[in-house]
Design a protein around this ligand. Sequence first.
Ligand code: ZN
Length: 111
Amino acid sequence: MMKLFEDDYSIKANRLKFYRTKAWRMKRKEILERDGYECVHCKANGEFTIYEQREDGRKLLEIDHIKEIETHPHLKLDSNNLQTLCIRCHNKKHDRFQSKKNEWYMNDERW
Ligand SMILES: [Zn+2]
């Protein structure tokens, strides 16, 4: 039963916990390397957005779950469900620019 509860990623605390796991950190690095530290959306549009560490410690690239972790928790570490996106494309995908109420969500995949 506990396992089921921990897999409920509609709960923010569970998502944050997941993004702090060693398994995720390793998978994240694997996907960054696979995608050449480039945003796959920008690349498809002929632009070039690469990895960089900004002064505030935030990284420009994030790993996106193509199928959301909330609805597809079993795909959370599936390489086929993961892609490298820059913050801009990632925000666009999740429509974070328009809705202020979703602001809390922004940091989730930065861990
Ligand atoms: Zn991009």
